[in-house]
Design a binder for this molecule. Structure first.
Ligand code: PMP
Length: 358
């Protein structure tokens, strides 16, 4: 045994050593439809202007007042209600980790519907909290009775509701969401990562409940590479959670890029509108393929059931199209692939490749 083997055996968590690393697939040269990114680059003139802005940023200093400017700009952009505050994360992934840290009281539990976003479970596992996943119904709606029973039985510190949900892409029934919020004994996080593509948002209801946090990200808006997530909630609650945040978690370059993007929010809104139209076209095209069932979507992804998910995934990959094979993620997703909505050209090529791969 080497010295490092001995050190790792003794000091590195066994559960971490037994985990699978979060796999980011190599997508070089491929049509990348696996991670709900906005496929559009900035128009060249804006990309150039962004370069100039970033070129003027002082990178010798730790992030300072500019971060507050970004918080204010996001609060305006989101329509933050009176009495609510906003905190920033290095992507909403970081906010999910921070929440697990902040709520790590003895015996704490996180509850979330399944299938859902993997980070809710992973944050619990890493922080040593319990995780209870409650299956959705067969049509991907919240199972109200099962959720209420889980809230009662497990008294969770945190309840996550992704709105719209990943990977099912639907918005849950508002009346059920409201009843779960009423019944939850702890904090409720409404995760609106896909808000730019959804027909409804929780933002107008955020002022109703002090134990509800609303999480969003700039990733799906078009800044996945920039890593800015934000969370809104009651001022005194956010003030506490903000204490576990590493002090300089937002890079000055990220903050400047995000401010630039908000100044050009109309360009990103235009891109989102194109993607919503493309989503409708994509769903129609998928319906025309034999044995293929696309599910309704309020996000920039479409969950689709195919005759053989492994075969379709491999065939797409061989033809240069990368999607996500979610068929083994949960029994409700048997034979399902998750397709990100790409550019019109990418979607057409994906459909052609899928037709050949069924
Ligand atoms: N929430 C949901 C529901 C997601 O699907 C994702 C990313 N796929 C995230 C949060 C994390 O987004 P980010 O860390 O890029 O902000």
């Amino acid at each position: 045994m080497s010295r490092l083997d001995t050190v790792m055996a003794r000091w590195l968590r066994q559960d971490v050593q037994g985990m699978h690393a979060y796999a980011v697939q190599d997508s070089t040269g491929m049509i990348k439809l696996d991670a709900m990114e906005n496929p559009f680059r900035l128009p060249p003139a804006l990309q150039q202007a962004l370069g100039e802005r970033l070129g003027a940023v002082a990178i010798n200093r730790y992030p300072g007042a500019r971060i507050d400017t970004l918080r204010e700009a996001l609060a305006r952009h989101a329509g933050l209600p009176e009495g609510r505050a906003l905190m920033l994360g290095n992507g909403s992934d970081e906010l999910i980790s921070l929440l697990a840290m902040a709520c790590d009281v003895p015996g704490a539990t996180i509850v979330a519907p399944l299938p859902g976003f993997v980070m809710y479970q992973m944050s619990a596992q890493l922080q040593g909290l319990n995780f209870v996943g409650v299956p959705l119904t067969a049509d991907f709606e919240l199972d109200e009775a099962a959720m209420l029973a889980a809230l009662e039985a497990h008294q969770p510190a945190l309840l996550y509701i992704a709105y719209p949900n990943n990977p099912t892409a639907n918005l849950f029934d508002d009346r059920i969401v409201e009843r779960l919020i009423e019944a939850a004994p702890g904090l409720v996080v409404i995760d609106e990562a896909y808000q730019p593509f959804a027909s409804r948002s929780y933002i107008d209801r955020l002022a109703r409940h002090e134990h509800v946090l609303l999480m969003r990200t700039m990733s799906k808006f078009g800044l996945a590479g920039v890593r800015i997530g934000y969370m809104m909630g009651a001022e005194r609650l956010i003030a506490q959670i903000d204490k576990v945040r590493p002090p300089y978690n937002i890079s000055v370059l990220n903050a400047e890029a995000a401010l630039f993007a908000l100044e050009h929010a109309d360009e990103f809104a235009r891109q989102a509108a194109v993607l919503r139209e493309e989503r409708a076209r994509l769903i129609e095209a998928l319906k025309g393929l034999p044995g293929v069932t696309p599910f309704p979507s309020e996000a920039n992804m479409v969950l689709v059931r195919v005759p053989d998910a492994d075969r379709a995934f491999a065939g797409l990959k061989q033809r240069g199209v990368l999607v996500k094979n979610v068929s083994r993620m949960h029994p409700l997703l048997a034979a399902c692939l998750r397709l990100t909505v790409g550019t019109p050209d990418e979607n057409q090529r994906m459909i052609a490749a899928l037709r050949e791969s069924l």
